[in-house]
Write a protein that binds this ligand. Structure first.
Ligand SMILES: *Cc1c(COP(=O)(O)O)cnc(C)c1O
Length: 343
């Protein structure tokens, strides 16, 4: 296939510095789920570690263990998809920080003979994805206090996830969060870390930063759909989908990537790509090929920047054309397209 997903590591480091500055004095937890938003886990984690990132948000235990293998012992690695006792055991073995959003895991932990687990209890503040419901919170605190008393667990954190869709909803969520933390303290538990914000609230709303801000999208230069631009946020896209022309005909120039490689066919006719002759319209996106409006001396091998860094449109620009979010466009870039790193 004649395409690559080109990731600029210098731009990534620049975004990491920007995020660090924007969320300070809270620490940046770099969220690396979905293969670091499809940029490639291993290279990006290594780069971030060298740039001074000390917290990683890995989603599931297998990814957390993979991040641990890359970072070595110094990093803190937070995971929040934990399936049961086996996952707990594996998480403790890999020295992970465990996000607990389900009371049943506390029972699993009680039955486990392992080193003390580092827990971050999750209060459901309205998203209902996972998280302990407010009416069950006191029971979960009692259970946690028992585990702590038995030396099986340390309560490292209290956390939640918020919608970042409206300030009013987020304010309500935060009120629930603060009440949950007060209850933990009243139960004699002293969580060291509070965290509830991701990219958007972490940048825009100081009172949501607490100790850690879990930032994925902005670290990779993906701005929010319908929200502030990259320049305003001080971030830049780090990756570009670049394809080379595989055939030239009177009707158009062909690329051998299509919807199966991640370009939504709904974008047919709706955006321009950067060609050696300037902007040209993408006329049709098929399953495995794309047609672009022809130019005079077009040749096989000419490079086209389809979207992202150095192209005419960012992932979020394309997303907005079809009412989705930039992450969706970025995550679709097929693993069969090689990731190539520069800088
Ligand atoms: C994905 C995710 C994040 C990061 O969100 P961004 O908007 O990409 O910064 C933070 N926290 C949790 C729990 C997530 O699932």
């Amino acid at each position: 296939m004649s395409a690559e997903y080109r990731v600029d590591l210098g731009a990534f480091r620049q975004n990491l510095r920007r995020v660090r500055e924007a969320v300070a004095p809270a620490a940046h937890m770099l969220v690396v789920k979905d293969d670091a938003y499809a940029h490639g886990l291993e290279t990006l984690v290594r780069e971030a570690r060298d740039e001074g990132v000390r917290w990683f948000g890995a989603f599931d235990v297998a990814t957390g263990a993979a991040v641990r293998a890359i970072t070595g012992p110094d990093a803190r690695i937070f995971v929040w998809l934990i399936g049961g006792a086996d996952d707990l055991r594996a998480g403790v073995a890999a020295d992970l920080d465990l996000g607990i959003g389900d009371e049943a895991l506390l029972d699993d932990l009680a039955a486990l003979s392992a080193a003390p687990a580092r827990l971050h209890l999750k209060i459901d503040t309205g998203l209902h994805r996972n998280g302990i419901r407010p009416e069950r919170w006191d029971a979960a605190l009692t259970r946690t206090a028992e585990l702590v008393g038995q030396g099986r667990a340390v309560l490292e954190g209290i956390w939640s996830h918020i919608s970042e869709a409206s300030d009013a909803d987020d304010d309500d969520a935060r009120a629930l969060f603060l009440a949950a933390r007060d209850a933990a303290r009243a139960a004699g538990l002293v969580p060291r870390y509070s965290h509830l914000a991701a990219s958007a609230a972490g940048f825009a709303r100081g009172e949501f930063r607490e100790d850690l801000v879990r930032v994925g999208a902005f670290s990779y230069g993906i701005r929010p759909a319908g929200g502030p631009g990259e320049a305003e946020l001080g971030i830049e896209p780090i990756a570009a989908l670049v394809a080379t022309v595989t055939a030239v005909g009177p009707a158009g120039v062909h690329l051998d990537i299509g919807s199966l490689h991640g370009l939504p066919s709904a974008l047919s006719g709706r955006f321009d790509v950067a060609t050696p002759a300037g902007p040209r319209r993408v006329e049709a996106i098929g399953a495995t090929s794309t047609a672009v409006a022809v130019w005079d001396d077009a040749r096989v091998g000419d490079e086209i920047a389809v979207f992202g860094r150095g192209a005419l449109r960012s992932a979020t620009d394309l997303a907005e054309l079809i009412d989705t979010i930039g992450e969706e466009i970025a995550l679709r870039v097929s693993p069969s397209i090689p990731r190539v790193y520069r800088g």
